[in-house]
Design a protein around this ligand. Structure first.
Ligand code: SF4
Ligand code: SF4
Length: 398
């Protein structure tokens, strides 16, 4: 049942009352770490929502404020002994706050949330931005370097490569994502190359849509229809798994395809089926690996498999605080840029002293990559931002 349809009664009785107030989640919460304010913690927010639902407190702007302060990183979920479904409660609450005008996402987020519901139009509208990136122009601090194909879609590219390479191994479907396909398409292309190079057959359904994570993060309408669309696009396919190269999109698709198709993070999947090692990187490059919250907390993954990171051929290590949130939160760095920047400033400080030439910050979620790219104005030395799948790409230029 989606956020929009979940009744208040179920929320009150089954979800909100599950918190036993132990406080184990406080230490995990980045907004509590930032402010030291109990109301800005998972326990504090849950108390505010519960007391409001029980009529003990009236809806007020402070509850709205503390709700909007949550990043949605889900770090509070795995540490909770009572198994409180914080993410579900947050999704419902955000949606209810938007519906009742208690919270209004920023204009650019509202426009983007509407646009991603029409992927073909969105891709067309973003073609000039893709072209600028391809030419080496990066007009915003969140836009990282890369050269996406401006006209060919990932679906067409996958078909072409399948025809020329003819892999014979297991068959997977790829979620291309809305922003990933419209703006950062080179990561989808790299994903297709890596899978096919490892003898895995790839299908990219043309009728797939946005995973719905954008609507979940903002509380805006539309998540149900997006889920319906992807159930139709992926549900009947004869594949071993649907793979995602973005941790946040993968988490959203897992919910959509629960009980219908297995959804796997592409790096985890490659770790399981085995992956060809690339030649050792010749230079003194050093890769620092950051782990997306929606991979380790949302999908409860143990991380990016060491076998996959070893296969990149780079000398790598986990970034300090790799399991802590970078402040991206899907849209948090746009909705609450000051908080997001403060969180990133602490997390990225290690790069100033990091060894390697070049220094590469690698992760597996494009929105985390965007957030890390904005650290160029915080860190005093050059560094590159890459997706781990790009480090495995047979066409990679080191
Ligand atoms: S860890 Fe779970 S039960 Fe304990 S306070 Fe936090 S949300 Fe409530
Ligand atoms: S989702 Fe993240 S920011 Fe929000 S309460 Fe949980 S740990 Fe804190």
């Amino acid at each position: 049942m989606g956020a929009g349809k979940m009744s208040t009664t179920i929320m009150e009785k089954d979800l909100l009352s599950s918190c036993v107030h132990c406080g184990f989640c406080l230490e995990a919460c980045p907004t509590y770490a930032l402010t030291g304010d109990e109301n800005n913690s998972p326990r504090g927010r849950l108390r505010l929502w519960r007391e409001e639902s029980e009529g003990k407190i009236a809806p007020d702007p402070w509850t709205d404020f503390y709700t909007s302060e949550c990043i949605g990183c889900l770090a509070c979920e795995p540490v909770c002994p009572a198994n409180v479904q914080y993410g579900n409660i947050l999704e419902h609450t955000r949606h209810a706050h938007v519906q009742t005008n208690r919270f209004k996402p920023k204009l650019q987020l509202r426009v983007a949330a509407l646009a991603v519901r029409y992927p073909k139009l969105f891709n067309l509208a973003m073609a000039p931005a893709r072209a600028l990136r391809s030419l080496g122009f990066f007009p915003h601090p969140l836009i990282f370097k890369g050269q996406p194909h401006v006209t060919e879609s990932s679906a067409s590219y996958a078909r072409r490569l399948m025809e020329s390479q003819k892999p014979t191994g297991p068959r997977v479907a790829l979620l291309v994502g809305c922003l990933m396909e419209a703006m950062f398409r080179e990561i989808n292309f790299a994903t297709i190359r890596v899978l096919i190079d490892n003898n895995i057959q790839v299908v990219v359904p043309e009728d797939q849509g946005c995973c719905g994570a954008f609507q979940e993060h903002t509380g805006l309408d539309g998540v149900e229809s997006l889920r319906d669309k992807n159930q139709k696009a992926f549900g009947q396919l004869d594949v071993e798994a649907v793979v995602a190269n973005s941790a946040g999109c993968g988490l959203a698709l897992r919910k959509t395809l629960h009980g219908i198709q297995p959804v796997r993070d592409v790096l985890e999947y490659l770790g399981e089926v085995g992956i060809k090692a690339r030649k050792p990187a010749a230079s003194g490059a050093r890769v620092y690996v950051d782990l997306p919250c929606h991979l380790i907390h949302g999908q409860r993954s143990s991380g990016i498999p060491a076998s996959v990171l070893n296969a990149t051929g780079y000398l790598w290590e986990l970034a300090p605080c790799a399991k802590d949130c970078c402040g991206s939160g899907g849209i948090y760095n746009i909705q609450k840029p000051e908080n997001a920047r403060e969180i990133l400033a602490k997390k990225s400080a290690f790069l100033n002293e990091a060894e390697g030439a070049p220094v590469i910050l690698a992760t597996s979620n494009h929105v985390c990559m965007m957030q890390w790219n904005s650290a160029h104005s915080l860190v005093e030395r050059p560094f590159q931002v890459r997706h781990v799948i790009q480090l495995l790409d047979p066409e990679q230029k080191s």
